[in-house]
Design a protein around this ligand. Sequence first.
Ligand SMILES: [Zn+2]
Length: 74
Amino acid sequence: MPTIPIVKHARCPYCSKQFEFISVAQHKSFPFCCQRCRDIDLGKWFMGSYSIPGREGSAFDPESDDMSPESDAT
Ligand SMILES: [Zn+2]
C-alpha cells in the first residue's frame, strides 16, 4: 500500500484563492497560496506599523499615563 500524501486545502487570506498543500512545513508561504502573497501581506503589516494615521485623534496615547496605578504608591 503506497503512501499517499494527504492533500489539504486552504484559502489564501490575501487573494482568497484556494490552494492545496501537503504540510505547513513544506508549504513555505503558508497560510498564503504563494510567496508573493505572503510578502505583500507581511509588507502591508510592516508598513502599517510605521505609518500611524490620525495620530492626534488616536484613542491610545502612550504618553498620557496619568491613570497609572503605580503612581499611587503610599
Ligand atoms: Zn494568494
